[in-house]
Design a protein. Structure first.
Length: 270
């Protein structure tokens, strides 16, 4: 059966009142009801529509990046259920690359503004455009991009392994890809925190409060990701996330100690 609105797509929903068929995109946009009369849709082939849940959330078309991020803000659980059917390492790599490019562009813009307005008579810009400075910027950008990709994959693995040990049903690619979407969803919010910081007097406190809220929201989205990918109940989701969080803290502490050792040649407590 084909969709009554989109003849090139297979139908996954059927209205017994109107005798009309609908594809996954139509069913998803109408929340499982007939767009014409509002009657609850059934499956065109079997008695239970739940057997076609993959087609329901897949919806026929991969969501665009802006559409995906917007849907995460509105209905995160439904958005992740749809996005996981289009998960791939290439898509996650693209998302992380975009995040890094935006971050690097912002960094370069800040450096240019400081060189233009803080340094006298444009001396800062003269230093900025020197070949040695541009080459150093290129090398650090390239190195930072590698670190960003490695951090994304490592963080995804740390979140994935405890969930798998607890009986999770998902796979690494789905989880890594959805985590990249979480990063995209948080990016505009972090930009807003920087904007708040420039407000006179109360800007710093407002920005600090906003950072805390964004961090909590990021944890919330991560919990939803783990729950949806691995089909966990809430208690198992919290246990899995807590184990991953402790591993992250341990690795962060090791990294800080190594950095201190490289800078001063020894650890302060030894």
């Amino acid at each position: 059966m084909k969709c009554s609105n989109h003849p090139n797509r297979d139908a996954v929903g059927f209205c017994e009142r109107c005798n009309l068929y609908y594809c996954g995109a139509c069913v998803l946009s109408s929340n499982g009801k007939c767009p014409a009369c509002g009657n609850l849709l059934s499956s065109p082939s079997v008695s239970s529509f739940e057997t076609n849940i993959e087609e329901f959330y897949k919806g026929g078309d991969a969501p665009k990046m802006i559409q995906a991020v917007t849907s995460i803000y509105i209905e995160p659980l439904r958005a992740f259920r749809k996005l996981k059917y289009y998960s791939s390492l290439l898509r996650g790599f693209t998302n992380i690359s975009l995040l890094y490019l935006i971050a690097m562009f912002s960094r370069i813009a800040v450096i240019a503004l400081i060189a233009l307005f803080v340094r006298p008579r444009g001396a800062g810009l003269e230093v900025l455009v020197q070949p040695s400075t541009l080459f150093s910027l290129f090398i650090t950008t390239l190195f930072g991009f590698g670190i960003a990709i490695f951090s994304w994959l490592l963080s995804s693995a740390i979140l994935y392994l405890p969930a798998k040990l607890l009986g999770g049903r998902g796979n690494f690619v789905e989880q890594a890809c959805l985590l990249s979407y979480v990063g995209l969803a948080l990016l505009p919010l972090y930009i807003c925190t920087f904007i708040l910081a420039i407000i006179p007097y109360a800007g710093f406190l407002l920005a600090l409060l906003a950072v805390v809220v964004v961090l909590l929201y990021g944890i919330f989205l991560t919990l939803i990701t783990i729950k949806e990918i691995h089909q966990f109940p809430l208690p198992t989701t919290l246990i899995s996330f807590s184990i991953s969080f402790l591993i992250h803290l341990f690795l962060a502490a090791i990294s800080v100690m190594l950095l201190v050792y490289l800078i001063i040649g020894k650890l302060p407590f030894l």
